[in-house]
Design a protein around this ligand. Structure first.
Ligand code: ZN
Length: 248
C-alpha cells in the first residue's frame, strides 16, 4: 500500500445527467460530492470513475492502484461488465482492496457477487429516516451520535437478505419499517462495508454524519498491511519447513 489511501469512487452517473432534481443536488455527480469531502483528508487520494468512462471507468491500471473502491449504482447494474466484477471480487478476496457499497448498490453485480447473496430487500416511498448507532465502539461509528435524522430518504426495509459479520447501524422509517442499514462483511482476506442512505433525489451525501460514516468505512475496509502477499492460488507447503526455521 502507498502512504495515502487510494480511493476510487465509482458511480453509474446517469441520474445526474437526466434528472434535473438530482442534478441540482449533485451537479458533478454523487461521486464528486463524496470525493470532495474524502479528499479533505490529506491521507486520502481520490479518483472518480463512471460507467460511461472508457473501460467503464475501471481499467486495470485504476483497479490495481485502488485500495478502497466505493460503489454507487442503480438503474444500469446489468451493464457492468462481468469481467470487471470478477476482477473486483478477486482483488477484495485477496485482501488487496476494500469495498464500500452505497444505497442501491445492494443490487449491483458487485455486491451480489462479492458478498454472495441476492441483496434483496423491501423498499418504498421517500420519508423521514432515523439512523441508530447500535455498535458505538466500532471504528465506523466514531464521531456519530446515538442517532441522527435524515428528513427524506427512500424507504429500504427488512427483510434484507444478508447476514453481516458486524452490524453498526440500524434504521427506523416513518412508516414503521426498520432495516439493518450499516454493516461489514468479511470475505476472503477482504472487507466490505454496506451503508443504505444515498437515494439520488435525497440530499444524504451532504449530511455531515453520512459523510463521516463513509470516511470511517473507507478507513475500516482498507487493506491491512499483511507484511506478505496473499497468493492468488494454493501454494504447496513443505512439511517441517517452519519447524526447521525455528530449530536452526
Ligand atoms: Zn434509491
Amino acid at each position: 500500500m502507498s502512504e495515502k489511501i487510494r480511493v476510487t469512487i465509482w458511480n453509474e452517473f446517469r441520474h445526474e445527467k437526466h434528472m434535473p432534481e438530482v442534478q441540482k443536488l449533485y451537479p458533478d455527480g454523487m461521486h464528486a460530492t463524496i470525493g470532495s469531502y474524502l479528499a479533505k483528508d490529506a491521507d486520502i487520494a481520490v479518483t472518480l470513475a463512471a460507467l460511461d468512462d472508457p473501460e467503464q471507468g475501471l481499467p486495470d491500471e485504476v483497479l490495481n492502484n485502488t485500495d478502497v473502491l466505493v460503489w454507487w449504482g442503480h438503474c444500469a447494474h446489468h451493464e457492468v461488465r462481468d469481467d470487471i466484477v470478477a476482477k473486483i471480487q478477486k482483488r477484495v478476496y485477496l485482501g488487496r482492496m476494500g469495498l464500500v457499497v452505497l444505497h442501491s448498490g445492494h443490487h449491483s453485480k458487485v455486491f451480489r457477487q462479492v458478498v454472495g447473496t441476492t441483496g434483496n430487500l423491501s423498499w418504498g416511498r421517500e420519508q423521514k429516516e432515523i439512523v441508530w448507532s447500535v455498535n458505538p465502539a466500532h471504528p465506523i461509528a466514531a464521531g456519530i451520535p446515538d442517532h441522527f435524522c435524515l428528513e427524506s430518504e427512500e424507504l429500504y426495509a427488512e427483510p434484507f437478505a444478508v447476514q453481516p459479520d458486524e452490524l453498526i447501524f440500524t434504521a427506523w422509517f416513518e412508516d414503521g419499517y426498520i432495516m439493518r442499514n450499516g454493516m461489514v462483511f468479511n470475505r476472503g482476506a477482504g472487507k466490505i462495508f454496506y451503508f443504505q442512505p444515498g437515494h439520488e433525489s435525497c440530499p444524504s451525501y451532504h449530511n455531515e454524519y453520512v459523510e463521516r460514516i463513509i470516511n470511517n468505512g473507507v478507513r475500516y475496509v482498507k487493506p491491512a498491511d499483511f507484511g506478505m502477499d496473499i497468493p492468488d492460488g494454493a501454494p504447496c507447503v513443505h512439511p517441517h519447513k517452519v519447524i526447521d526455521e525455528f530449530n536452526n
